[in-house]
Design a protein around this ligand. Structure first.
Ligand code: S3P
Length: 175
């Protein structure tokens, strides 16, 4: 059994995932980092030189490889759960947590972030708000298929970890 963290760019999947992994003493993985290591290129470089389709295929390969392991806390890229194949892999091999945040909070975080995100093209302000709103509208149908939806503004790591521990035990798996 693994834990998959999903949600929009800037929702804090990696930070939250590392903390959950530390408190459960599970291993942590980040799909973007695995892909970057595999190809020796940053995510923006992969988008620029190989294109988005190549990156999306690499996400599925990375996910398949992680899903064969156990007790992994996996921070997924914002687009990772947005295909039937990928969401199915996650749901079949673990518990999926959506960290949900409103558009305004996402925009605020993304404007402060130093991570380069090809889909956002360095946008700011009103332009960024439009892009985030549109993309989140398209993606919510995937994100909402999570087993647990965490309120990204109000959640505490302890609460979320407790909720996950209950979920894992109730599904018959071991912590
Ligand atoms: C993407 C999110 C990014 C990264 C890539 C594409 C997306 O990850 O995978 O830039 O499609 O939402 P983060 O969610 O960690 O920023």
């Amino acid at each position: 059994m693994n834990i998959y963290l999903i949600g929009f760019m800037g929702s804090g999947k990696s930070t939250t995932g590392r903390k959950i992994a530390a408190s459960l003493r599970w291993n942590f993985a980040d799909t973007d980092k695995l892909i970057e290591a595999e190809y020796g290129m940053s995510v923006p470089e992969i988008f620029a030189h190989r294109g988005e389709k190549f990156f999306r295929d690499a996400e599925t390969v990375a996910l398949r490889s992680i899903s064969s392991r156990a007790r992994m806390v996996v921070a997924c890229g914002g687009g990772t759960p947005c295909s039937e194949e990928n969401i199915s892999i996650m749901k079949e091999t673990g518990v999926v947590v959506y960290i949900r945040l409103p558009v305004a909070a996402l925009v605020n975080r993304l404007e402060k972030s130093r991570t380069s995100r090809p889909l956002l093209k360095n946008q700011r302000g009103a332009e960024l708000t439009v892009t985030v709103t549109e993309l989140l509208n398209q993606r919510s149908q995937w994100y909402e298929r999570a087993d647990i939806v965490a309120d990204g503004l109000a959640m505490t790591i302890d609460d979320l970890t407790g909720q996950l521990a209950d979920y894992i035990r109730s599904s018959g798996a071991y912590l």
